[in-house]
Design a protein around this ligand. Structure first.
Ligand SMILES: Nc1ncnc2c1ncn2[C@@H]1O[C@H](COP(=O)(O)OP(=O)(O)O)[C@@H](O)[C@H]1O
Ligand SMILES: [Mg+2]
Length: 339
């Protein structure tokens, strides 16, 4: 049975923005990311689940209960936001326990839970510090600890890592995953960062302009993007798109290929001759940015430290089994390859 279900959820302002006709189910204990570019409706959808907004149409069911008309406090969930929202005059322990005091949970229970969540978030020993005496990563961990201590089965997070620098983002990201697993939480996590969504989630909803573009596991979204939008939003560098006519297909067709599947060969020996626009040595691999008149964002990844002259012509081979075909007009995948 699904733990969270959204049926036909719509909320717009003067017929614009927001989200339209969102349908989704999520099992208990799953980690779901809502992914998409800025302004596509991610926060609106999260706020609807939280009860901070109410839909114009549709139904929200949490753990078998229709909560569509209920306020946030009656939805049995916790929330973590981008801004840590800590009380500056309270110390770490007081910030974490604030909600439990309000809910009149007794003192012994409070201190047991506090010790447990501080340990899980790596904050043991910092109980007496004020937020101003903590790093950004530690502050966000306090916000996580505060959500965890509430022991609500559903936790909603809106871009919780976006105020942190790259290195901290990775370590707090691992903490979030570990915490959600240990506590068996069902998590709905908003992010515009495809790498975060792909590495954290059991399931991803990719949104575009208020609608769901594709729902699936990270592997499904990566390997079988349903649209050219999905193909280009996921992966770094993203999937390359090539006009089908350049590869002997129908001209109404676009060929997609992941950069790691592209093979570099001498000019004249591959499927296309391309120009080396840039290359970046990344340590374990080299990324090549290539140009061809029929291609958008053509890239290749090589496992060795090959050096190329900028502006040189090389060949690329695009293995048949790695090609995906999209309808150029609709952007959707073609079921069968058109030759
Ligand atoms: N309260 C509101 N009133 C009017 N428009 C809104 C409101 N909240 C969000 N929007 C619009 O809805 C769209 C989606 O916003 P949002 O959900 O915040 O996007 P995201 O979180 O993906 O960046 C945007 O175009 C935004 O301007
Ligand atoms: Mg947002």
């Amino acid at each position: 049975m699904s733990f969270l279900s959204l049926e036909g959820i719509t909320l717009q302002w003067d017929g614009q923005g927001g989200v339209r006709d969102i349908n989704l189910t999520l099992p208990k204990g799953a980690f779901l990311s809502i992914l998409g570019p800025s302004g596509c409706g991610k926060s609106t959808l999260l706020r609807l689940i939280a009860g901070l907004e109410h839909p114009q149409a549709g139904k929200i069911v949490i753990d078998g209960r229709d909560v569509t008309a209920l306020p946030p406090a009656q939805r049995n969930l916790s929330m973590v936001f981008q801004s840590y929202a800590l009380f500056p005059h309270l110390n770490v322990a007081e910030n974490v326990l604030f909600g439990l005091k309000v809910r009149r949970i007794d003192k012994v229970e409070r201190s047991t839970r506090l010790a447990k969540v501080l340990e899980m978030t790596g904050l043991t020993g910092l109980e007496k510090r004020k937020p101003s005496e903590l790093s950004g990563g530690q502050r966000q961990r306090v916000a996580l600890a505060r959500a965890a201590v509430a022991q609500k089965p559903l936790c909603l997070m809106d871009e919780p890592l976006s105020n942190l620098d790259a290195k901290l983002r990775n370590s707090v990201r691992r903490d979030i995953r570990a915490l959600s697993r240990k506590l068996g939480l069902t998590v709905v996590y908003v992010t515009h960062d495809q790498g975060e969504a792909m590495s954290l989630s059991d399931k991803v909803i990719l949104m575009n302009n208020g609608r769901i573009e594709q729902v699936g596991t990270p592997t499904e979204l990566y390997n079988r993007p349903a649209t050219t939008f999905a193909a280009q939003f996921i992966g770094e560098p993203p999937m390359s798109l090539i006009n089908g006519a350049a590869l002997g297909y129908d001209s109404g067709c676009t060929v997609g290929i992941r950069p790691e599947a592209v093979k570099v060969v001498p000019a004249g020996q591959g499927d296309l001759d391309v120009i080396v626009d840039d290359f970046e040595f990344m340590g374990s691999e080299t990324q090549l940015a290539l140009t061809h008149p029929a291609a958008q964002g053509l890239a290749a990844i090589m496992n060795d430290e090959a050096r190329f002259g900028l502006g040189h012509k090389i060949g690329v081979q695009l293995p048949d089994e790695s090609r995906l075909l999209f309808n150029t007009v609709s952007g959707e995948t073609e079921k069968e390859p058109k030759q």
